[in-house]
Design a protein around this ligand. Structure first.
Ligand code: THU
Length: 148
């Protein structure tokens, strides 16, 4: 990986997501999600899901975290931690299942990563998580290389 040690601290990345989970805006589904991305620069950016009265205008936590990173000049992500569940904004300890990124989020991740290397860390807590690569979740994906 470019400048990133694969042995980075998973617990810290997950904790970054948990620290913003309270900001999740999900008055319609009540399903609160937070994400944190580790970029090749070593910097971390966070995002939460932001729903809307016009339902399709809602945005996922992962997409918002990636947009936050790109807006700050990043172009490559190395890892993303995701945590979420019903009512999790008010009680992060209540998360009982791993939140798997939706299809749109997987495609957005594809744009800014090496799919064989990007680590997706689905967490219930800083010490309880499941880790896969983007290729595991989006095999044979369509990426920017196809348009070159
Ligand atoms: N959600 C995310 O933020 N990320 C995902 O990967 C799955 C779903 C959000 C979207 C919506 O605000 C709520 O969870 C319920 O679908």
């Amino acid at each position: 990986m470019e400048g990133i040690n694969h042995e980075f601290d998973r617990a810290s990345l997950i904790q970054s997501a948990i620290s913003v989970l309270k900001n999740s805006y999900a008055p319609y589904s009540r399903f609160n999600v937070a994400a944190s991305v580790l970029c090749s620069s070593g910097r971390i950016y966070t995002g939460v899901n932001v729903e809307n009265a016009s339902y399709p205008a809602g945005r996922c936590a992962e997409c918002n975290a990636i947009a936050n990173a790109v807006g700050n000049g990043e172009s490559k992500i190395e890892a993303i931690a995701v945590i979420g569940g019903k009512g999790a904004a008010s009680d992060p300890d209540s998360v009982t299942s791993y939140c798997s990124p939706c299809g749109v989020c997987r495609q957005v991740m594809r744009e800014f990563s090496d799919p064989n290397k990007l680590l997706i860390i689905m967490a219930k807590s800083p010490s309880n998580y499941k880790e896969v690569t983007l290729t595991d979740l989006l095999p044979s994906g369509f990426g920017p290389d196809k348009l070159q």
